[in-house]
Design a protein around this ligand. Structure first.
Ligand SMILES: [Zn+2]
Length: 282
């Protein structure tokens, strides 16, 4: 799933390649991908996207002040730019055709279609945009804000970091990287953090997201929208590989559909979190 670093780079690439091109056709091939009916998707025809922005895990294509296409790629959605005469595959959910013979396509290579597309007069009409928490790379995100939310409610740090209503744009991959960087256990409860630990977590959120955005940007080379390889990550999906800091084998916790990676030496005082019930339901 694309998270903040990937989406920042997608926004940059799309701004470069899609803005100001006239839309001549729009087509939906996966019924259900479009979550709104008014304004109609067809109202984009004849217009062009003036800006492309990002809020939380949404990309917002703004055609006019009161016309926005809001896309959430969820877990498996991708955006591709290709020649309009290329045949749409079964994976193609939505096509936006420009007057110069190129399409922007939303594709999803799974049977379960989760991508969400909205056409709205105001992006805040999309509930998950409206309820999105603070952007972690904005000046509104302060260590006081983090402390207040970490201490305000008894919840584990991974859940705190991935709660989109508190901090926007962090998913399971970057939450694992941030907690590794901060040397904190994913199952620590927020209220147990002392002032220094909150500060460390705050600093890691900023530094990991900035570093990852630079890595994704240099991997993308300004030209691609395909899922970026995340080989640069230290810990996420590196189960059993040596921790880059101390050499201990990286461990994993599975819970429901998510996996969490951590280093038992760097993050949990040498203890393995074997019991997945360690993830307590809230
Ligand atoms: Zn380690």
């Amino acid at each position: 799933m694309p998270e903040l670093p990937e989406l920042v780079v997608m926004q940059e690439v799309l701004t470069d390649r899609v803005v100001d091109r006239t839309i001549v056709a729009v087509n939906v091939l996966h019924p259900g991908i479009l979550k709104t009916v008014d304004p109609a998707l067809e109202s984009l025809v004849g217009k062009s996207f003036r800006t492309i922005s990002r809020r939380a895990k949404h990309l917002i294509f703004t055609a006019a002040d009161d016309l926005h296409l809001v896309v959430h790629l969820m877990v498996t959605g991708r955006l591709i730019l290709c020649q309009s005469d290329r045949r749409a595959t079964k994976a193609t959910g939505c096509l936006i055709t420009f007057d110069d013979g190129e399409d922007l396509r939303i594709v999803e290579n799974t049977n379960i279609h989760q991508v969400r597309v909205h056409v709205v007069r105001d992006p805040s009409h999309v509930e998950t945009v409206d309820k999105a928490g603070v952007e972690p790379l904005s000046s509104d995100f302060t260590s006081d804000y983090l402390a207040q939310h970490a201490r305000g409610r008894r919840r584990q740090l991974k859940k705190l970091l991935t709660d989109q209503t508190i901090i926007a744009g962090i998913g399971t991959a970057y939450a694992d990287e941030i907690l590794f960087d901060a040397k904190l256990s994913p199952i620590r409860y927020g209220p147990t953090l002392d002032e220094g630990e909150v500060r460390r977590l705050y600093d890691s959120i900023g530094s990991v997201l900035r570093w990852a955005t630079d890595e994704v940007r240099s991997g993308a080379g300004g030209a691609t929208l395909t899922p970026h390889k995340r080989e640069f990550l230290h810990i996420y999906k590196k189960t059993e590989l040596p921790c880059p800091r101390c050499g201990t084998k990286i461990a994993e916790i599975r819970y429901a559909l998510t996996k969490t990676n951590y280093c038992p030496s760097c993050q949990t005082k040498g203890k393995s979190i074997r019991d997945r019930r360690a993830w307590l339901e809230e």
